[in-house]
Design a protein around this ligand. Structure first.
Ligand code: DQA
Length: 187
């Protein structure tokens, strides 16, 4: 059994225009450049990033539903749907996967209509205002959250190496056995 742990990153509407769109607020990095950083950060933590962008609310709902049982964590920038979408909120509430809500801008320092998020109440946490770094912090948070979920014993699921240190302090001997299994399956 493979040991690839996945984290799903969802970019909402208009984020395909990053780099050209309102650069004073959102910065000059394109979505492709941000995605490369996301892939790298996830890889450093032993995770594979699966990245999806859509301008359509229903497609985001479908992506969330399909992620259940398949990925260890989700990082989502719902963009304008943050402030309007009951459907995305309900999809997040319906799945048993930790979801980190991220925003490039600090939505609380902007227009009043952006201060309300329908998503935050069902998210594991929120990161807002650090530009592209928000996504990377989101990956770190999703990984940390998934590492805190105990390993299913005997399931053949291996923890990413970034989880080992944390697990050593929690469950000692079991970590050693998992580490041995990981290196055996890597051969
Ligand atoms: C955003 C903030 C939203 O209010 C806005 O509609 C976006 C981007 C952000 O990343 O800062 O499209 O989610």
């Amino acid at each position: 059994m493979g040991c690839i742990m996945k984290v799903l990153v969802i970019h909402g509407p208009n984020l395909n225009l990053l780099g050209k769109r309102e650069t004073k607020i959102y910065g000059t990095l394109s979505l492709a450049q941000i995605d490369r950083r996301i892939t790298q950060r996830a890889g450093e933590q032993g995770f594979e990033a699966e990245i999806f962008q859509s301008n359509a609310e229903g497609d985001i709902v479908t992506a969330l539903q399909k992620a259940a049982g398949r990925v260890k964590g989700i990082v989502i920038n719902p963009a304008a749907y943050t402030h309007t979408s009951v459907a995305i909120r309900d999809a997040i509430a319906a799945i048993d996967v930790p979801v980190v809500e991220v925003h490039l801008s600090n939505i609380f320092r902007r227009e009043e209509f952006r201060h309300e998020s329908l998503i935050s109440e069902v998210a594991a946490g929120v990161i807002s205002g650090f530009g592209a770094e928000s996504y990377l912090l989101g990956i770190d948070a999703a990984v940390a959250r998934s590492c805190s979920i105990s390993l299913p014993r005997g399931s053949g699921v291996c923890p990413p190496s970034s989880c080992w240190a944390r697990m050593t302090s929690r469950i000692g001997r079991m970590t050693v056995r998992c580490a041995a299994r990981t290196s055996a399956s890597a051969r």
